[in-house]
Design a protein around this ligand. Structure first.
Ligand SMILES: *Cc1c(COP(=O)(O)O)cnc(C)c1O
Length: 437
């Protein structure tokens, strides 16, 4: 499979090249040249199919000629070493629980694949990958945990000192080994600026720096898998479902749209956003105005300029009416999030995390707007205990810590503290030992 840039100004790339680059050289994002359609036999046998078998069938056409079938089987088993169950929430509505991985959020899926794809597809003679990420909290943890102990990789995570939650800090700054956590005396924007400077610094070129953010195809494509796995767990006679996807950078939604192009029958996608409403605005008006992000209770979705919108527009050839037929996007306030968490807990006993609550609200909005009773699948993107600082006061109860979290809360912090100035980071990157393996 060849990969093309959304800007169409860069030469086609192999999967390995697209993976190593992140963004294309022309500043666009890579998409597969064509979306492979799975045959009727596959769809007939999807109900009840195990997760790993679905993952292999979905990913093999994208990796054809670059990753062998036995390597793909190993990769899938290694990356998806946790279940992704579909559980009923209320009449006609299921939760797809994407939060059973090591950091209790769906980003584990993409990050764990990326961590294993990079060393598998590393070009001979090139230095092992050093992954450099800036995080405001969540992505850094998922990336750090995903790469921890993976031979031939090293991760450097920059986060703003004192500005991530204690839980988030333990998830990314207690690992050691091939994970270096750097607490920057500044803001998240400072961290991002430092990362950009490092990528642009020719002196660091020998390090083979790679990014692990959601624009990388190695994170995007594996997310297609769980849309099909959700369908595999619905009753086999159920009509095509609506998928509700809590969205920030819109990588998760893009994966759903790709699943549909591969042949998954879906009624519609509900793209749920918090107060950061540039996408619903774009869908309503056709003009795109990025804005600075607003802080909300669903902070992993606080994105004012979602990068994957470029991919969505390219997939639809900029055809706004067909985007609007496929996607209904609505924006929901912090007050509404609090009410939804309280209301769903009261009626069903289930506790939604703030991000999943936005998805729930958007689904309610969709059902009212379209008078739609199609079965609905709500992507539960994080475990509520991960955001207990927010959820506990709303419900007035305390949430038990899942074992993954309890374990890292007990480990000591292992981090380097740096001023928000590039020289220190450059020195640290060039002096840190190369990755083992
Ligand atoms: C990152 C994140 C999202 C948003 O996903 P995108 O792919 O960026 O749209 C939603 N919920 C949680 C919990 C997240 O961590």
């Amino acid at each position: 499979m060849r990969y093309l840039s959304t800007h169409r100004q860069a030469p086609p790339a192999s999967f390995a090249e697209a993976l190593a680059r992140g963004p294309a050289p022309d500043g666009g994002l890579y998409l597969p040249e064509r979306v492979p359609v799975l045959d009727a036999g596959f769809w007939r046998t999807l109900p009840g199919r195990p997760l790993h078998a679905t993952a292999e069938a979905v990913l093999s056409p994208y990796l054809e000629g670059e990753v062998s079938a036995p390597d793909l089987a190993r990769l899938v088993a290694d990356a998806l070493d946790f279940p992704i169950p579909l559980v009923p929430l209320e009449e006609g509505l299921w939760l797809l629980e994407l939060f059973h991985g090591p950091t209790l959020a769906f980003k584990d899926v993409g990050a764990r694949f990326l961590a294993r794809l990079l060393p598998l597809l590393a070009q001979p003679g090139r230095p092992p990958a050093t992954v450099l990420v800036a995080t405001s909290g969540d992505t850094g943890g998922a990336v750090a945990q995903a790469f921890h102990g993976v031979a031939g990789t090293r991760v450097v995570v920059l986060y703003p000192l004192g500005q991530v939650s204690p839980t988030q800090e333990r998830q990314l700054a207690t690992l050691g080994g091939n994970v270096l956590a750097v607490a920057v005396q500044g803001t998240f924007d400072d961290c991002q600026r430092l990362v950009k400077q490092a990528f642009a610094d020719p002196a660091l070129a020998p390090l083979g720096l790679t990014s692990a953010n959601s624009i990388n195809v190695g994170r995007l494509l594996p997310q297609i898998v769980y849309y099909l796995h959700a369908r595999a767990q619905l009753p086999s006679d159920a009509p095509p479902p609506v998928f509700a996807t809590p969205s920030g950078n819109f990588g998760n939604l893009t994966a759903g749209l790709l699943a549909r192009r591969m042949g998954l029958a879906c009624r519609r996608f509900v793209a749920a956003v918090n107060a950061n409403d540039v996408v619903p605005d774009f869908l309503a008006t056709g003009s795109y105005t990025p804005r600075p992000s607003l802080p909300t209770l669903a902070n992993a979705m606080d994105v004012g300029d979602p990068s994957n919108l470029a991919r969505i527009r390219a997939l639809f050839n900029e055809d706004l009416p067909s985007m609007n037929r496929a996607i209904l996007s609505s924006s929901h306030s912090d007050d509404a999030i609090r009410t939804a968490i309280r209301d769903v807990h009261h009626r069903t006993g289930t506790i939604l995390d703030p991000h999943t609550a936005v998805g729930y609200l958007a689904l309610q909005h969709h059902r009212a707007e379209w008078q739609d009773n199609a079965p609905a699948i709500l992507l539960a993107t994080a475990h509520p205990a991960k955001f207990r600082e927010i959820v506990e006061p709303i419900l007035g109860i305390s949430l038990p810590l899942p074992p993954q979290l309890a374990a890292c809360m007990e480990r000591p912090l292992e981090r380097v503290i740096l001023p928000a100035d590039y020289k220190g980071l450059a020195r640290l990157l060039s002096s840190a030992p190369p990755p083992a393996g």
